[in-house]
Design a protein around this ligand. Sequence first.
Ligand code: URA
Length: 261
Amino acid sequence: MALIRLDRFISERTEYTRSEIKQLVKKGSVSLDGATVKASDVKIDPEASVVTVCGNTVGAQKYRYILLNKPDGYVCSTDEKDGKTVMELIPRELRTKNMFPAGRLDKDSLGALLITDDGQLAHNILSPHSHIPKIYIVKLDRPFQSNYVDLFERGITLGNGEQCLPAKAACAKNSDKLAFIELHEGKYHQVKRMFAAVDNHVDVLMRISLGGLILPEKLALGECMELLHKDVENLFRPLDFTRFCEDFLGDFSAKLINSIL
Ligand code: URA
């Protein structure tokens, strides 16, 4: 394997410029295979070396995948002109130059958001033909009605006449104002507009899964984690909605639910 300079390795995989990397090396913030690095032009094996910057491992894989638990008040954009963006929540050493949010959550929505520089994967997720199911938990203004299950299953007609694909809905066992909903598409403000169409209102919305990729309980609002390739593959694994809703409330979600109540 051809060796490459350490500063090139880091700059190709993060947002840091070569001069910033030099400064970080000077401060002792860069390590190579466990030892603090003294020079930014040292040659490394890009396949085998383990490089960390400020304690975070710089990925050896071609693309980077970050799962963010999006908090309220951040827009899903890379453009600072849009306001506070989700990109600000990603530590610099985890960011790469071409990263963007692969999907959209409203500014006031919470939960699972994938941020990546893998354009093909993002396309596969966002394509209207992909139909990757997404599960949301919502806090409603009024109690969940049992007829919602049928109405959602048949496909809701939104206020402007737009027709939604069949969706699944279930009330959470521990509160009649908490509900799960599974969508196979992503229209603008879709969950909020679906509940508006049945005369209810979504007070809080959190996305808790993208395909078979489930928001981990340990990931607090505003926190993010780098995903391994095997985690990313979960995006395309099926998830049983009914079992998921039961397990989600049964096993591990008390902290997560409390964060949205
Ligand atoms: N549906 C909504 O209404 N908002 C979101 O952020 C996501 C889905």
